[in-house]
Design a protein around this ligand. Structure first.
Ligand code: NAI
Ligand code: MG
Length: 352
């Protein structure tokens, strides 16, 4: 089986952690029956500086025939963040209908949580964020700019179709896990139109998954509970903005941004899903071989799972966790002295 992978290394440390990913994939592809065909795409802020666009007009069509997209990070000082986001990441997420943003929050062996007295057995949940609609909509506008009457309106778009598909994904995921618990974030006390509608979609779907325990939380107390009681959670689902915030809070308790992976998934096998570490291009540490490649390597594990290469995924994750568990070779953000390449070498040695 040959998987066609589109590579978008991007900017800064995105381009530095991509080789770590490739080395892992190349090592795994020495196994019989597992092959990858890589195509490089230069879409980035550097590309923007030369061409005035983040990707060419047919960029989406060039990416479409691939089985998955692996992205490093994009962003460069001087290029406004909304340019890189609306010019590359959002078009990919939306054109390919990647309506699931999945972020595992698990404290790897050997890492220290920012939460006192919490170990790997306490922090192990998945955040499922709606990735295509919700609070991040194009609908709205401004009036009376520059005048005392200045105003802005931004609509929150929750559709039945959009909620049903993300909830269905979250329910299935919860059903497949040992604890079978789904917590959902809402704010139907304060946001009185869209959030009660979201709650109704959850209530409507719950009877189809009788094994799953459904727990409702207003997003504010849910955020608080992720700090005080992370052990309560198994699968968490939220709308775009709520999911975005919770899925940054979670990794902050589990070793930080240098270890946090993510996937933008369209479960339909006919279109590519995109896999990317949560972190950005980190211009403050770029070019020094000190970026932590864990987030990227774990992202590769998620991509392998999506491609149904479950043995390869399990082996790579085990190798990664063997290295963190041993704790001898760690990057600087985790208190060690190893560089990006040295850490990757260690993972590859473990992978054998
Ligand atoms: P960032 O994630 O790049 O960096 C935040 C902090 O975490 C920095 O101090 C950085 O050194 C550190 N850090 C991040 N990844 C690390 C790693 N792997 N190992 C060790 N330390 C790490 O976020 P920031 O600074 O807000 O954004 C920088 C640029 O990245 C901006 O242009 C932003 O738009 C872009 N960005 C892109 C994203 C993407 O491509 N999906 C996501 C977030 C930001
Ligand atoms: Mg975010």
């Amino acid at each position: 089986m040959t998987h066609r992978i589109a590579l978008i290394p991007g900017d800064g440390i995105g381009a530095e952690v991509m080789p770590s990913a490739l080395r892992c994939l190349e090592a795994l592809s020495r196994r019989p029956g597992l092959n990858f065909e890589f195509t490089d795409f230069p879409y980035s802020c550097e590309y923007y500086a030369r061409h005035g666009v983040m990707m060419p007009a047919d960029g989406i069509e060039q990416l479409r025939p691939h089985d998955a997209i692996l992205l490093g990070a994009v962003g460069y000082p001087g290029v406004p963040d909304h340019v890189s986001l609306w010019g590359l990441l959002l078009p990919i997420r939306r054109e390919f209908g990647q309506y699931v943003n999945l972020r595992p929050v698990r404290l790897l062996r050997g890492l220290t949580s920012a939460l006192r007295d919490r170990g790997p057995e306490d922090i192990n949940y998945l955040v499922v964020r709606e990735n295509n609609e919700g609070e991040y909509s194009d609908i709205g506008g401004r009036m009376y700019d520059g005048l005392p009457e200045a105003m802005a309106i931004q609509a929150n778009v929750i559709t039945r179709k959009g909620s049903e598909r993300i909830l269905d994904y979250a329910f299935r995921l919860a059903e497949s896990r040992a604890r079978q618990t789904l917590a959902y974030a809402t704010k139907s006390n304060g946001i009185k139109h869209s959030m009660p509608f979201w709650d109704e979609q959850v209530a409507g779907m719950a009877p189809r998954y009788p094994a799953v325990n459904v727990e409702q939380y207003h997003v504010d107390i849910l955020a608080a509970n992720l700090v005080t009681h992370p052990d309560w959670f198994d699968v968490i689902v939220g709308t775009n903005l709520f999911g975005d915030i919770l899925s940054d809070l979670g990794p902050a308790t589990a070793g930080g941004i240098g270890v946090a992976p993510s996937a933008n998934i369209n479960p339909d096998p006919g279109v590519p899903s995109m896999f990317e570490p949560v972190h950005g291009s980190a211009p403050d540490i770029a070019g020094q071989d000190i970026a932590n490649p864990i987030a990227m390597i774990w992202t590769v594990v998620m991509m392998l799972e999506h491609l149904n290469e479950n043995d390869a995924a399990t082996d790579l994750m085990s190798a990664l966790e063997a290295v963190t568990g041993e704790g001898k070779v760690m990057t600087r953000d985790l208190g060690g002295t190893a560089g990006t390449v040295e850490f990757t070498d260690r993972v590859l040695a473990e992978l054998g």
